[in-house]
Design a binder for this molecule. Structure first.
Ligand code: WTA
Length: 572
């Protein structure tokens, strides 16, 4: 296929497409209240879609539960109503700490309808990861389950603002809840109410708070607002190409921004039916899910694609995936092999999309009908102004193929509005009128963007960003550890996995026992994703003269790369 055979007129779209198109399509006019919960749920009921399935939920045992838009309306009202009775107000943060239960999706909508800020948290988070995020946001309520409530209990005394703990299966058999400590059995069906007066939030009212890891310090909370919906809606429509009859499957967990922007807000504001599989990964199970529910559009991630590749093409062919018509990917570089394999296995292209927690919606995309160049992220979404910037002048580089910093020109509706409690870091992301992503890339002669790497030390393991600082802080809590550095080392499936370098205090030896005891300690603190796969004991860590650990050097060694400029290396 040549570029001229593309079936969309990208250049024309670039000059004509405006985010405002979403406003009209969602029936919104300036000056009117704007609420994502309303647009995702109640509006669909008002449009006559009440009986249409909004959520087809399958759990690990294969039990399927279907929730129509009318169901989601009364059930999300129940969340909003109960939280309101507890005194939760507009702008209060409410955490969701759940596996992919229906309550996660429906509760998210309920929190927004109340005008509170939804703060999703991965169910895999260990005590430290949970504490950092709840402590920073000062959330007043958390929606969780029996399985996870013990972790919440461990942090309660350090987060006094957290008053209400709603346990979705609290009525199920098991130890009694600690009702005197604010634990409450929240039975979604029993709590449902037909009507709830949705908060009159506006364009700039905070909606969602997603924490993301950086190189230094604790994770930062990217704060989004209700008008982000315009970006999420338009990209869902044009990139995921959702249509009324589609059955859509976003494999991402709502603990991650993909799982909210495109696993709740995008598809539901379009009134589309979506599938959720709340079960561990297996290729067989994934294809069964797609065949059983006749999934038509699929949004997944390169790590999952690599795992599916490992399982082979034969297993694909054993399932009837004839309904599948469109596939997209996000989160990490999608290797050309992934695209080639997709063509072989599904006779379709994986359409890569590039964006971040901070950008809130897709920025660089492969639109349906555009020629997919395996290994490229595509071109800026037509309403997005993207460039590769010179890191000194912050001007766009005009040279084809020259690597620089990927920048996006503000404003766009779903750009974060700040980092919670950290506006200085937020402002530091802007240079010369551009939002600078912190990723490096280049643009080819056809205007396609190619990713070259992150410009910081954050580890991208299986699409999840892990801050080295979190791991190093956990390691330092072990009595034997003097200092440590965490980096990403190459991995065939997850792209990177965490490797830790540890220098021990005098009197300790780097043997198997020490390693085991360190691993046992940090396992309790970190999520499984952030766990080092390997610990290497070293006498000392490379440092700059100012005493900063040079993770870059350790990483280059691990990847067999040129070490680059080490002139600032400590020299003793
Ligand atoms: C990386 C994910 C290459 C990148 C929605 C970015 C990608 C970070 C791609 C954001 C892609 C995301 N190709 N790298 N298509 N998509 N990334 O905040 O480094 O969890 O800055 O949001 O993932 O990760 P985040």
């Amino acid at each position: 296929m040549t570029l001229s055979s593309t079936t969309i007129d990208y250049e024309r779209l670039r000059t004509t497409l405006d985010w405002k198109a979403a406003e009209a399509e969602l029936g919104w006019e300036p000056g009117k209240p704007l609420n994502i919960g309303y647009l995702a749920v109640d509006r669909n009921v008002e449009r006559g879609l009440g009986d249409k399935p909004a959520l087809i939920h399958e759990d690990s045992t294969g039990t399927v539960r279907t929730f129509t838009y009318a169901d989601v309306k009364r059930l999300s009202n129940g969340f909003a109503n109960r939280l309101q009775e507890f005194g939760v107000k507009e702008l209060d943060r409410v955490c969701l700490f759940l596996d992919k239960a229906p309550e996660l999706y429906i509760g998210f909508a309920g929190i927004l309808k109340l005008g509170a800020v939804a703060q999703p948290l991965f169910s895999a988070f260990g005590e430290d990861s949970l504490l950092q995020r709840v402590e920073d946001s000062k959330a007043v309520a958390i929606i969780t389950s029996r399985k996870l409530v013990s972790r919440v209990r461990k942090i309660r005394d350090r987060v006094p603002e957290l008053k209400h703990v709603l346990v979705i299966d609290g009525n199920a058999e098991g130890k009694p809840l600690r009702t005197d400590e604010g634990e409450f059995a929240f039975d979604m069906e029993a709590e449902a109410v037909p009507e709830f007066e949705i908060a009159k939030t506006h364009r700039e009212s905070p909606s969602v708070l997603h924490y993301t890891s950086g190189t230094t310090g604790k994770p930062k909370g990217a704060l989004h607002v209700h008008s982000s919906v315009f970006g999420q809606y338009l990209t869902t429509k044009m990139v995921l190409d959702l249509k009324d009859d589609d059955v859509y499957w976003c494999t991402a967990d709502p603990g991650w921004v993909t799982g909210t922007s495109y696993g709740i807000i995008g598809p539901w504001t379009m009134g589309v039916t979506q599938v959720v599989l709340d079960a561990g990964f297996s290729a067989e199970r994934w294809y069964q899910t797609m065949a059983k529910h006749k999934v038509t559009v699929w949004y997944t991630a390169p790590t999952a694609i690599r795992l599916l590749m490992k399982a082979g093409t034969d297993v694909v062919k054993q399932h009837d995936l004839s309904a599948l018509r469109h596939m997209c990917s996000v989160g990490e570089p999608l290797n050309p092999e992934g695209v080639h394999w997709g063509r072989e296995a599904f006779d379709l292209d994986f359409h890569d999309t590039y964006w971040q927690t901070e950008t809130g919606s897709m920025m660089i995309t492969n639109l349906p009908g555009m020629v997919v160049k395996p290994g490229s992220m595509g071109r800026p979404f037509p309403a997005v102004d993207g460039a590769v910037l010179d890191p000194v002048t912050w001007e766009p580089v005009s040279e084809v193929g020259k690597v620089g910093m990927i920048g996006i020109r503000p404003p766009w509706p779903s750009l974060m509005r700040t980092y919670w409690n950290n506006s200085a870091t937020y402002y530091s992301k802007f240079h010369n009128g551009w939002y600078v992503t912190g990723d490096r890339g280049s643009i080819d002669a056809d205007g396609y963007f190619w990713f070259s790497g992150r410009d910081d030390d954050v580890i991208n393991t299986g699409g999840h960003l892990v801050g080295p600082f979190e791991i190093e802080s956990a390691l330092l809590e072990h009595p034997a550890v003097a200092e440590s550095a965490a980096i990403g080392k190459p991995d065939p499936v997850n792209m990177e996995v965490v490797k830790a370098f540890v220098a021990l205090k005098p009197g300790f030896t780097g043997d198997d026992d020490t390693e085991l005891s360190i691993m046992n300690l940090i396992r309790k603190k970190l999520s499984p994703l952030a766990m080092p796969q390997e610990i290497e004991f070293v006498d000392k860590l490379p440092k700059t003269r100012s005493g900063k650990i040079m993770r870059r050097l350790l990483k280059a060694q691990e990847w067999g790369e040129e070490i680059g400029d080490i002139s600032t290396l400590e020299n003793d």
